[in-house]
Design a protein around this ligand. Structure first.
Ligand code: FES
Length: 204
């Protein structure tokens, strides 16, 4: 009488009969598929932007409490954004600067194409393409090494050009947020924003 090995089980009565090995392979394949699905489903779920994430992607700001000459800082997508309600003098100073005086002649305004120049009019355009010189909206991150420039809070030094001053290495920005002196290579970026009403904007 010969011993029956595992490989013999199920054999002898026809090739169509599944062996124990087939069964084990089938089961391990099913377990692997279920495991993969269990991993994939949460991943797909994580990729759907949740409502709170979408809410963080944009920021609505009420401008009605900002007086002429004042600026505020709000946080948008983890970055500070400066909103300044400029005085007539600040607007005139910014408008009087020619492109040849600028270190960075690009508008750096996400509401425009990348080729627009850095006239003050282009720096204060929202997503509808309309310039509102009273309102300047810029990302408050120095384009040198990423410090947060001074000049937003009341009484803070604003640098040689009355805009913002980054004390980290001495960059001076003008009343249009354009780099005028110091090591920063680019103007402060203008984020995408739109006016929801005369006194409310949505950033992002
Ligand atoms: S980070 Fe602003 S001047 Fe260096």
């Amino acid at each position: 009488m010969s011993a029956t090995s595992e490989s013999d089980i199920g054999q002898g009565s026809g090739d169509e009969q599944p062996t124990r090995r087939d069964f084990i392979h089938l089961m391990s394949g099913s377990v692997a598929a279920v495991g993969a699905a269990a991993v994939v489903i949460p991943l797909v779920h994580q990729m759907n932007p949740a409502a709170n994430v979408l809410a963080l992607a944009t920021k609505e700001v009420d401008l009605s409490a900002i007086e002429v000459g004042q600026a505020i800082k709000v946080m948008w997508q983890g970055k500070p954004v400066f909103i300044r309600r400029r005085t007539e003098k600040e607007i005139e100073e910014a408008a009087a600067v020619s492109l040849g005086q600028l270190r960075d002649a690009k508008a750096r305004n996400d509401n425009l194409s990348g080729s627009d120049d850095a006239t003050d009019g282009n720096r204060v355009k929202a997503s509808d393409g309309e310039a509102r010189p009273e309102w300047l909206v810029v990302v408050g991150v120095c384009t040198h090494l990423g410090c947060i420039p001074l000049g937003t809070a009341q009484g803070e030094v604003r640098g040689d050009y009355d805009g913002w001053f980054c004390p980290c290495h001495g960059s001076h920005y003008d009343t249009s947020g354009r780099i005028r002196k110091g090591p920063a290579p680019e103007n402060l970026a203008v984020p995408p924003y739109q006016f929801l009403s005369d006194a409310k904007i949505k950033i992002g």
